[in-house]
Design a protein around this ligand. Structure first.
Ligand code: SF4
Ligand code: SF4
Length: 371
């Protein structure tokens, strides 16, 4: 495993283990972590030298924190670093949430603590509700080692955050798709100029860059026949000099092994490879109507319990290939179909990508009626 010094104090593995998409129990409804399979992943990650483990209050409805704490308790506390996050929407009471997190993790301190998924619409609220001075106090008391935030907002909002205090690190969504078509380049450059290390989330855009479609895949395969399509995305991110840790939410051993192999490659993306990426990415852009990252932030508060990212994947397929792709949706129970959406808008409020999900649900409903 390759390591990079963090603030000249500690060394962090270039690959970090994200615990948002752990294997789940297939025979139970909900997002219940399959402990045995997930533990196997953690044990292998530890064996391979991964020392950064990222979780959050809301992942797997709280089960991720409990799992991470339990799985890592087999190892000395100074052999890994845990990152955890305060989620304003889930529970604004930061004192209670932080205490609950330490309890779930069964840990005395959290190494990397973040304000979770800061966006423009609640920026002033999180800056003004008193959580920042409280977490600074926790840092002084040794319960937090490094303090930062994860971010899904605009460049202006990022500048506003940076003006407030000196942050130890910032986590952003960074991948070649968002660099070429969204704000990722601007965000990265603001952080680079400020000298703040960048933790990367969604390097493979929630799996979207692991399969670019037949034509897109062929373009990258021409450049490196033996490399996986996902490995291009990971290597691309690793080539950026201010990137500290690349987080990947790994759900199985194949992904983990592929990512470990990729971060061990020392070659940066060269200019020829960059051209191939841009060519393949243009096809992805053309074919993806809603580039959902499958983060599932929109799901817990949906009053009718729709599997929104699942439905959106059908929306994309229908836009690309035609509405016949929705045939499989017809088999879903009525209460799980897009027509069950009551248009409350709660999902759109939580979506870091600001997708107008109720409108997509309506459109899907219409397409299904036409089928
Ligand atoms: S708008 Fe529809 S999909 Fe979104 S949370 Fe409300 S019911 Fe669920
Ligand atoms: S719709 Fe938005 S919040 Fe929901 S999974 Fe996709 S990116 Fe995440």
């Amino acid at each position: 495993m390759e390591y990079k010094k963090f603030k000249d104090e500690i060394k962090l593995s270039r690959l970090g283990m994200g615990n948002m998409r752990l294997p789940i129990k297939a025979d139970e409804p909900g997002q219940h972590v399959d402990y045995e399979r997930a533990k196997e992943i953690i044990d292998y990650a530890m064996e391979q030298g991964i020392n950064y483990y990222d979780t959050a209050y809301i992942y797997h409805n709280g089960e991720s924190e409990k799992f991470v704490g339990k799985a890592l308790s087999d190892y000395p506390r100074d052999s890994y670093y845990v990152a955890d996050k305060y989620n304003l929407q889930a529970n604004p009471d930061y004192r209670a949430q932080f205490a609950e997190q330490l309890e779930r993790l069964q840990m005395y301190y959290i190494d990397f603590y973040l304000l979770h998924g800061v966006q423009d619409y609640f920026l002033e609220e999180i800056l003004g509700n008193g959580c920042i001075p409280y977490f600074e106090q926790m840092k002084e008391e040794g319960k937090i080692r490094y303090f930062g935030f994860s971010f899904h907002g605009s460049p202006d909002a990022l500048r506003r955050m940076l003006a407030v205090r000196s942050w130890d690190f910032v986590q952003i969504q960074l991948n070649y798709y968002d660099w070429l078509y969204e704000d990722a380049k601007a965000l990265y450059e603001i952080l680079e100029e400020a000298g703040i290390p960048v933790m990367v989330m969604e390097p493979v855009h929630g799996g979207m860059l692991a399969d670019l479609g037949e034509k897109g895949n062929a373009i990258l395969k021409e450049g490196a026949p033996d490399s996986s399509i996902a490995s291009w995305a990971v290597r691309w991110v690793k080539s950026l000099k201010n990137v500290q840790v690349i987080l990947s939410g790994m759900s199985d051993m194949t992904q983990l092994k592929d990512n470990i192999a990729t971060v061990s490659e020392t070659e940066d993306i060269n200019s020829e490879e960059q051209k191939l990426i841009e060519k393949a990415c243009a096809l992805v852009r053309k074919n993806t109507s809603v580039p959902c990252t499958k983060c599932r932030y929109c799901c817990p508060d949906c009053p009718v319990g729709l599997d929104i990212p699942y439905l959106l994947s059908f929306y994309n397929a229908a836009k690309l290939d035609g509405i016949w792709r929705l045939n499989n949706l017809k088999g879903l129970p009525k209460e799980k179909q897009p027509s069950a959406c009551v248009g409350c808008g709660s999902c759109a409020k939580h979506c870091p990508q600001s997708f107008q999900i109720p409108a997509y649900m309506k459109e899907l409903e219409k397409m299904l009626e036409e089928l």
